[in-house]
Write a protein that binds this ligand. Sequence first.
Ligand SMILES: C[S@@+](CC[C@H](N)C(=O)[O-])C[C@H]1O[C@@H](n2cnc3c(N)ncnc32)[C@H](O)[C@@H]1O
Length: 507
Amino acid sequence: MKNQLFYGDNLENFRKFIKDESVDLCYIDPPFNSKRNYNQIYNNLGKEDKAQAQAFIDTWTWNLRAAEGLLEITQTQTQLYTAQSVKLIAGLEQILGQSPLLAYLVSMTQRINEIYRVLKSNGSFYLHCDPTASHYLKLVCDAIFCTQGGEFRNEIIWAYSGGGRPKDDFARKHDTIFRYSKNKTPIFNSDDVRVPYNLDVEKYTSPKSWGSHKGSEKIYAPNELGKIPEDWWLISPINSQSKERLGYPTQKPEALLERIIKASSNEGDVVLDCYCGCGTSIAVAERLKRNWIGIDITYQSISLILKRLEDSFGNDFTKDLVDKDSQEIIRPARLKLSGVPQDFDSAVNLANKKDDRLRKEFEKWFVLTFANNRAVINDKKGGDGGIDGTAFIHDFNEKNKEELKQVIFSVKSNKTLSPNVIRDLNGTMEREKAVLGYLLTLYPMPNLVKEAAKHGVYQSKMFGHSYPKIEVISVQEMFEGKRMNLPTKEVLKSAERKIINENEKLF
Ligand SMILES: C[S@@+](CC[C@H](N)C(=O)[O-])C[C@H]1O[C@@H](n2cnc3c(N)ncnc32)[C@H](O)[C@@H]1O
């Protein structure tokens, strides 16, 4: 099976592409209904507060999508949901009203129901959440899993410290991970996740006395591989010092995913994460030789995951590795990418997508793809003079000192544009002291190409090369391979290189 990465809403992708009983393990870390939005931080650009862009939103409203979801669940004729799920959501509507929280729970019910469908009979589901909605989510999972022969197996507490502390509350320093199984005998590789005994606390007798009773106390023999971990896990979170840190908000530590994937899947199995963020579960699944399916609704996540895979494991996962001389495929692409525009029509679709959960997805996709991921996304509403992204080119200043100079991107999806757009872009460049500007257009704009040429070239002192000061690039040209080709600074932190060669040690 080829690994698959889907760009889009997971519910749509489940229904279109993911077959019944095709997944061994599903881990999800969805938005927690935290009522806030999360920003991507560009680690490589000095002060963090200067370079951020919204990565995903976690604010919910009762809207048409929620109303349709509610109808789908409570309209029992669809037979998609268990009677208990139907009653649960109908009951919650009575208690919570048509509120943001109900919108969140309807959305989660629809998706967890699909997860149940696609799991194999001995498959496992791990739901990562926090106390904001964990009590409701457990009801949702019970109504889906436990009513159809599945089981609730664990409530895992992932405990950590660090970060801020309130003055008038106990510090909230744990997440909750519910573990469910689709049948009563799920995969559980206990020996792969054993940890050392804590010998100060846990006193064991010799193996001979295994299972015997001493007074009222049952005594167990130690296992030479260590013990199966308890249901509370002390694993360091990603903090500003972590080597793993990519700047993606809510990035989870690889050690956490490693334990889950090792315990509940085997090599060659299929691991699914349908809220995959910057791809922690995917990177760990790849390293542990599992197959994987990832889904995310934002292009920033998709581009980060592609970069993370390339940084960690080398090679472009989406392309066949071809022998230069014979042109034979040495290794076929290891990843099928779906939902990312590949032609003009799908680019038009993305530009016209109306989705309140997404902002400027077309602009983000265009800038990140054209800039080979070396641009900072600007998603401010208005007031930015039409700047959708910024890159930084190395050069010397007047005193021959090395300096980063700005390159700005402006994206337009209009069918017609007047030459004023170029003049405006030039004005914005002057204001921002940017040395180069790209106008990225959905439709070809020969009139603007002519206008742009009037602005001449920028001469790089460092590279002794000149570049057109303003360039107009259409989507079609980008599909034909045109990319930003400038000596720009890497704006994102690279993931650590992982060795996957059989003969080399992992870590
Ligand atoms: C908390 S983050 C996941 C972080 C991830 N565990 C990691 O370590 O990077 C949640 C992700 O879910 C994505 N998301 C939210 N709603 C979605 C939906 N309906 N379909 C697919 N992805 C969604 C967001 O874009 C975000 O990247």
